[in-house]
Structure formats: structure tokens, C-alpha cells
Write a protein that binds this ligand. Structure first.
Ligand code: C5P
Length: 215
């Protein structure tokens, strides 16, 4: 596979579900960069690390690996733990710190070096893989994104209020799009897809057809 696919967009736009399907159908490797920011956030929460100085020191001694769609933090599988709401509520603050970004972006660039990856996140088309052969930016109306997240959490047995979820997504989007370093934004050459009224297979097929056509 001689190309990479970058998929960016706000929380709940369907990026990870769709990126996973696209990767499977095109026989590529899926890399969820949000999971990496979440894994490091988990470490700071578990160890009660709060000051920027301590966070910067900690990232230097952290190992984050992605293997078979699982995330390993310092050798431990944290795939499920990183989905907790407490992590969602803290991750954007941690992801604003430039040193954290440099560290994780380096790992992400390395993983894509040999091509053949579908990578999703907030800054993939702009910063991590500006030369990606295909770039997509997925969006959806906030109410629909909150509804999707609500369904996901409910299916995991978490009791949540959809309005509260909407508020948290709004806050996270705001922090992600207003931060100084590599904010959430569509690359100029990205294809923008509004997924509000589209099904998951529809969006995945749209991306796959585009890639198969060769752009
Ligand atoms: O994709 P997900 O919603 O799991 O990402 C969690 C958070 O990680 C985002 O809200 C954002 O703060 C951060 N993130 C980022 N850059 C990326 C991927 C995620 O800053 N490439």
C-alpha cells in the first residue's frame, strides 16, 4: 500500500468507527491518535500529576504503543480504561501542552513512515501527515454527535444525561479548536463530509470509492 489516509474532525463525528472500517476494507493499519492522548491522560489522572512541569517530565518517561487495535501504556493494556468519562473530561487540557504533542506526533509520524495507515485525530491532515495522499474531515451537528456518544456510553452500562454529554463535547471542541498548537482544523486539501444524516456504511463507502478512484 503506497498511500496514507488522514481522517480528522471533532468528537463524535464518527471518525474512529469509519476509519476502522476503511482500514479493514483496504487492508491498511488503523491508528487512533486520540487513544494515545487518552492513554497519557490516564497516566496523569492515575498518578495525580497536575503541574505542567510534572506533566512534561512524565511524558519523557512514558511508553505508548498501539498493537492490534489495542493501546498499551507503559506495557499495560489500557484500551477500555481510556474511554472513561473522566479521561474524556481531562484529555483536551493535556493535549494542549506542546511537549506532549511533540512526543506523540513523533511516534505517529514513525508509524506512518512506510505508508499503508488510516490515521484519525484532530491534526493529522495538517501537522502529523501533511503529505497524506488522501485527507478527509468528518463533521456532524452537535446534537447528533452527543446522541451518538450517549448511545455508546449507555451500551457500556454508563448512566449519563444526553444534555450533559452535549455540554462536555462542546467544551472539548472549543478547547481543541482554540488551542495554540495544532488546533482542530480541516486541511485545505481535505474533503469535508457531513455525517449528520448519513449512515456509517455510507460514509465509509464514500471514502473508499474516493480512494479507489485515486482521488
Ligand atoms: O479522538 P478522541 O475524541 O478520542 O480524542 C480525544 C482527545 O485527544 C481530543 O479531544 C483532543 O483533545 C486530543 N487529540 C488531539 N490530537 C489528535 C487526537 C486527539 O489533540 N490528533
Amino acid at each position: 500500500m503506497r498511500f496514507n489516509i488522514a481522517i480528522d474532525g471533532p468528537a463524535g463525528a464518527g471518525k474512529s468507527t469509519i476509519a476502522r472500517i476503511v482500514a479493514e476494507k483496504l487492508n491498511m493499519t488503523y491508528i487512533d491518535t486520540g487513544a494515545m492522548y487518552r492513554a497519557f491522560t490516564l497516566k496523569t489522572v492515575m498518578n495525580n500529576i497536575k503541574s505542567a512541569h510534572q506533566i512534561i517530565e512524565t511524558i519523557k518517561n512514558t511508553s505508548i504503543e498501539m498493537k492490534n487495535n489495542k493501546v498499551f501504556l507503559d506495557g499495560n493494556d489500557v484500551t477500555d480504561k481510556i474511554r472513561d468519562r473522566q479521561i474524556s473530561q481531562n484529555v483536551s487540557k493535556i493535549a494542549q501542552i506542546p511537549e506532549v504533542r511533540f512526543f506523540l506526533v513523533e511516534i505517529q509520524k514513525k508509524m506512518a513512515e512506510k505508508k499503508g495507515v488510516v490515521m484519525d485525530g484532530r491534526d493529522i491532515g495538517t501537522i502529523v501527515l501533511p503529505d497524506a495522499e488522501y485527507k478527509f474531515f468528518l463533521t456532524a451537528e452537535i446534537k447528533e454527535r452527543a446522541r451518538r456518544r450517549f448511545k455508546e456510553l449507555k451500551s457500556k452500562g454508563q448512566i449519563v444525561d444526553v444534555r450533559q454529554i452535549e455540554k462536555e463535547i462542546r467544551e472539548r471542541d472549543l478547547q481543541d479548536s482554540q488551542r495554540e498548537h495544532s488546533p482542530l482544523s480541516a486541511a485545505q486539501d481535505a474533503i469535508i463530509i457531513d455525517t449528520t444524516y448519513k449512515s456509517i456504511p455510507e460514509v465509509a463507502n464514500e471514502i473508499i470509492s474516493h480512494v479507489r478512484r485515486g482521488g
